[in-house]
Design a protein around this ligand. Structure first.
Ligand SMILES: Nc1ncnc2c1ncn2[C@@H]1O[C@H](COP(=O)(O)OP(=O)(O)O)[C@@H](O)[C@H]1O
Ligand SMILES: [Mg+2]
Length: 361
C-alpha cells in the first residue's frame, strides 16, 4: 500500500522531477454490474500530452473522472509523484478541467469567468486583472472580455474554457472531448491552438477523445482503450505504423486485413501465430495491369485485380479493388500524370514486402 498524501503536500509533489507525474496502478471501477475500467495501469510524465482514445463506452470519461477525483476507484490506486491521492478531494487536486460542454458560467462575463479560479485561490484584484488581460491576449479574445458566454461562437467559448482552465497555472490539465462540439474547420484550428498552448505552458495534459485524427495530431503518446482495458500505448507514429492488434489497426485509420485471400503473403518477417497480415491503404500502389514491374520489383509483391469502385475525395482517390474473393482499399494522393481507373478496369496492385504488418486477432 502507498502512504496517503496530506492535502498540503500536493503542490510540492507536482515539483518532483524524477517520478511520473501521474500513475494509475491496477485501477478498476465498477458501477453495479458494469466494469467501466478494468485493471488499468499507466503513467503520465511531466509535460506530456497524453490522449486516451477509444470508442464510446470504452471507459475514457470514467478514467478521467477517477483522475479528477470525481469518482473513487473500486480497486487499485492513483498516485501523483508516487503518493496516493485517494484521500485528496477533487477541489484540492488543483487541476484545470475542460469538458465537452464548455460549462462557462452563463451569468458571468468572459472576464469574470476567467477571474473566478483566481478568486478561489485568494489572488488579489490587481494580480487578477493583469493575469486575465494577459490570458485574453494569449487566446486572441482581448476585445471580448465584456461579453456574456451566450454572445460568443462555439470556438470562442471553447477558447474561454481553455483559458479558464489554464489561468491558475494548474499542475495538470484534464480535457474530455474538448473539441467535440465544434465543426470540422474550427476543430482543426483549435487543435493547432491547443498544441501551441501546450507547448507554451508545458503543462501535463490528459485528453480524452474518440476522434483518431485529434489524437494523432495532439498527442505525445496515445492510450487506446477498449471495453475498459488498455489495448495499446504508444506514440502516434508507432500506433499508426505498428498497431499491435486488429482493433487498433482498424480504429486508427483504415486497414486491409489479409483474410480469405487466395495468394500467399510475402513478407520480410515470419508471421507470428495468432496474427493476421495487414497493410495500410496508402502503402499500396495501383497501376495498369500492363504497366510492368517497377525497378524495386524484387522488394515488392504484385497481385492483379479488378476495380470495383473509385471514390473521389478531394486530394485523395480511394479505390476498392477485387482480388479473388477479397476487396482491397487503396488510397492514392491525386497527382498529375496519374492514370484514373474506373470500375471494371484491370489493375495491378503492389506493395513493399516490408510494409506488411502482423496484428493480433
Ligand atoms: N455513473 C455510471 N453509472 C453506471 N454506469 C456507468 C456510469 N458511468 C459510466 N458507466 C458505464 O461505464 C462504461 C464506460 O463509460 P464511459 O467511461 O463514460 O465511456 P466513454 O467515455 O469511453 O464513452 C459504459 O458502459 C457506461 O455505460
Ligand atoms: Mg466519454
Amino acid at each position: 500500500m502507498h502512504a496517503p498524501i496530506q492535502n498540503s503536500e500536493v503542490a510540492a509533489l507536482h515539483e518532483s522531477p524524477v517520478l511520473p507525474q501521474i500513475e494509475f496502478s491496477s485501477v478498476t471501477k465498477t458501477y453495479g454490474k458494469v466494469t467501466a475500467v478494468r485493471d488499468l495501469s499507466m503513467t503520465v510524465s511531466r509535460g506530456e500530452f497524453l490522449t486516451i482514445l477509444g470508442p464510446s463506452g470504452s471507459g475514457k470519461t470514467t478514467t478521467l473522472m477517477l483522475l479528477a477525483g470525481f469518482e473513487a476507484p473500486t480497486a487499485g490506486d492513483i498516485l501523483i509523484a508516487g503518493r496516493s491521492v485517494a484521500a485528496v478531494p477533487s477541489y484540492r487536486r488543483d487541476q484545470g478541467i475542460v469538458f465537452q460542454s464548455y460549462a462557462l458560467f452563463p451569468h458571468l462575463t468572459v472576464t469574470r469567468n476567467l477571474e473566478f479560479p483566481l478568486e478561489m485561490r485568494g489572488i488579489n484584484t490587481a494580480e487578477r486583472t493583469t493575469r486575465v488581460r494577459r490570458m485574453l491576449e494569449r487566446v486572441h479574445l482581448s476585445d471580448l472580455g465584456g461579453r456574456m458566454p451566450s454572445q460568443l461562437s462555439g470556438g470562442q467559448q471553447q477558447r474561454v474554457a481553455l483559458a479558464r482552465a489554464l489561468i491558475a497555472d494548474p499542475p495538470f490539465l484534464l480535457l474530455d472531448e474538448p473539441l467535440g462540439a465544434l465543426d470540422r474547420n474550427l476543430r482543426e484550428q483549435m487543435q493547432i491552438e491547443m498544441k501551441s498552448l501546450h507547448k507554451e505552458f508545458g503543462i501535463t495534459t490528459v485528453c480524452v477523445t474518440h476522434d483518431q485524427e485529434e489524437a494523432l495530431t495532439l498527442s505525445d503518446r496515445i492510450v487506446v482503450m477498449r471495453a475498459g482495458r488498455i489495448e495499446q500505448t504508444d506514440s502516434p507514429e508507432a500506433l499508426y505504423d505498428r498497431p499491435a492488434t486488429r482493433f487498433v489497426a482498424k480504429f486508427l485509420g483504415e486497414a486491409n486485413i489479409f483474410e480469405n485471400h487466395n495468394f500467399k503473403i510475402e513478407s520480410e518477417a515470419e508471421q507470428p501465430s495468432g496474427t493476421v497480415a495487414m497493410i495500410r491503404p496508402e502503402r499500396i500502389c495501383i497501376v495498369a495491369t500492363d504497366a510492368g514491374k517497377r525497378g524495386d520489383g524484387d522488394l515488392r509483391q504484385f497481385v492483379t485485380g479488378i476495380v470495383d469502385d473509385m471514390i473521389y475525395a478531394g486530394p485523395l482517390r480511394k479505390y476498392h479493388v477485387r482480388v479473388g474473393s477479397s476487396v482491397f482499399i487503396v488510397r492514392e494522393h491525386v497527382a498529375a500524370r496519374q492514370p484514373i481507373f474506373r470500375p471494371g478496369d484491370g489493375v495491378c496492385l503492389n506493395w513493399l514486402r516490408s510494409d506488411i504488418r502482423f496484428v493480433a486477432t
